[in-house]
Design a protein. Sequence first.
Length: 139
Amino acid sequence: MQKYREIGLKLTPQRLAILEYLDGNTSHPSAEDIYREVKKRFPTMSFATVYNTLEVLRKRGNLLELTIDPERKRYDPNTSPHHHLICLRCKKIVDVHVDYRIDLPQKERESFEVFGNHIEFYGICNNCKQKGGVMNGSV
Ligand SMILES: [Zn+2]
Ligand SMILES: [Zn+2]
């Protein structure tokens, strides 16, 4: 929680509940997931409060916004460089902590200075695989 105080975010009890939910969370929740969880403790919580808090955190670099799930934006409080693997069926996202060395050839990166990369892997998780119909076209 200390890091959030340092960034000068005004901590209302509702915002604190959002931060607590995100702290160490590796499930890559959507704004809707966060709203649903935190509303259990704060029934008067509005979706706008959740969304605005996420935006503040994102702009300050304390939260990553992932676009790997085409249906909903997902959030990641772990801002250190890592990659992601998504299950195409249940949309579960897991972290991939492998440091891939990818050098962009000079002619591809033009005059850019490249800071990093983010690789999106996709497949079917074990849970979904056991439910059968691995690749029936309706992932
Ligand atoms: Zn799955
Ligand atoms: Zn992640």
